[in-house]
Design a protein around this ligand. Structure first.
Ligand SMILES: Cc1ncc(COP(=O)(O)O)c(C=O)c1O
Length: 412
């Protein structure tokens, strides 16, 4: 497969944009030289790169594209909105329609604040928790964006480069599925913790053990702190109301973005009325948060998910992929497993030698790209409603071929 146009644009980009391509999309995150770098077109479940190569898209731009690229209903609603004007000084009443919809769907939502990016939403949630509790410290688990309080450090595999010590000193973490580790952080910081903010689970790591999420909630409340779920990946995909609906553990506040608007930029913090009301005493603002087209897109996306029973559809197709890949892994005796949930799955190679593991993993995923299947080698994937039976069959056939060659020629 030829990526020469991608390579050429990348070369130019490196001289004018630090790193050439933004963080998570950087070639070093995939298999260097074996993946496209620039995309030209997306339609439904397929994308075409700038060299004209076509792929089945299992990444959905890291989650937002839940209905597939260029969903007609959503795009039509947005275009109509753009034509009437969308960026006003006095806000549009559409905000009420949008928020009422969220309150209907999301278990913890009694009120909402609309923002733009996921990082904005998580930063807003901890601000609200700090205002509500009058405390500064934050216990966090998972990825919550790039802002000072959430970037790197605190037990993640990244150094918090560029983050002041004064910020770091108030941020703590704990071990997932280990309530004692959370208890210890609370004990060391008695009466000083504003909130626990966490991804309910991380698909590329582990699922919650029985009682873990309930235990986190109990400990958080016993210590007078607010429980915040970061549902930016789980919302509108694991269940319409997110992981809180799926696991039946309801937080005080929650952040949603990504799949809510099929790619249009919008995020929200939702939660219990008394806590949300306290946010009137601080400033959570952004010039573009009044723009109407992302709200229009969100309403249309949620309607599509509801009308087409989108969550069941994604679970069904996700299960076919998840089980199909697991069967092939077992048939070809590959040391690997499918992890996460069928709607946000990942194939993890498990060879004990890290170098061999990387070699086999890179071979497999590069071979899938060569066959027109876009999967991520180091990150979980995302289901969309655009995925068809045909896409699944093609993906499983390509995987069978790739495992066969991996076993015959590379592993031997
Ligand atoms: C769980 C989670 N929280 C927060 C964020 C940050 O969102 P954004 O990149 O829109 O700022 C992300 C983005 O990937 C995420 O996956």
């Amino acid at each position: 497969m030829d990526f020469s146009r991608s390579e050429q644009i990348y070369k130019e980009a490196c001289n004018i944009i630090p790193g050439g391509v933004t963080e998570a999309r950087h070639p070093t995150k995939f298999v260097i030289g074996k993946y496209p770098i620039f995309t030209a077109i997306g339609r439904g479940s397929h994308v075409w790169d700038v060299d004209g190569n076509e792929f089945i898209d299992w990444l959905c731009s890291f989650g937002p594209v839940v209905l597939g690229h260029c969903n007609e209903k959503v795009d039509k609603a947005v275009i109509e909105d753009l034509r009437k004007g969308f960026c006003f000084t006095m806000v549009s009443p559409i905000q009420n329609d949008f928020v009422k919809k969220l309150i209907d769907i999301i278990p913890c939502a009694e009120m909402a604040r609309i923002i733009i990016s996921g990082s904005d939403a998580t930063a807003a949630a901890i601000r609200i928790a700090r205002v509500f509790t009058g405390k500064d410290k934050v216990i966090r688990w998972g990825y919550h964006g790039w802002h000072d309080w959430s970037y790197g450090g605190a037990g993640t595999d990244r150094e918090a480069i560029g983050v002041p010590e004064g910020v770091k000193k108030d941020i703590f973490t704990f071990i997932y599925n280990d309530l004692d580790s959370l208890d210890a952080v609370f004990k060391e910081n008695k009466n000083q913790v504003a909130c626990v903010i966490m991804q309910p689970f991380e698909a590329s790591k582990e699922l919650p053990k029985a009682g873990f999420l309930e235990g986190v909630k109990k400990l958080t409340h016993e210590n007078g702190a607010v429980l915040v779920y970061d549902e930016i990946r789980t919302g509108f995909r694991v269940a319409l109301g997110g992981a809180q609906e799926y696991f039946g553990v309801i937080p005080d506040l929650a952040c949603f973005s990504k799949a809510m608007a099929n790619g249009y930029p919008i995020s929200v913090v939702v939660g219990k009325k008394d806590i949300m009301e306290s946010s009137k005493n601080t400033r959570i603002s952004a010039t573009f948060l009044v723009n109407t087209f992302p709200m229009v897109a969100a309403i249309a996306t949620i309607q599509e998910l509801e009308e087409r029973d989108g969550i069941s559809y994604m679970w069904d197709k996700g299960n076919r992929l998840f089980n199909g890949l697991n069967r092939l892994i077992s048939d070809y005796r590959i040391e690997a497993e499918m992890i996460g949930l069928p709607v946000i799955p990942m194939l993890k190679f498990l060879y004990p030698d890290p170098e061999k593991n990387k070699e086999y993993r890179d071979f497999f995923f590069a071979s899938m790209v060569e066959k027109g299947i876009l999967l991520h080698p180091n990150h979980h994937w995302f289901l969309s409603l655009a995925i068809t039976e045909n896409d699944i069959n093609k993906t499983l056939n390509a995987a069978e071929d790739s495992f066969k060659t991996l076993k015959k020629i590379i592993i031997k």
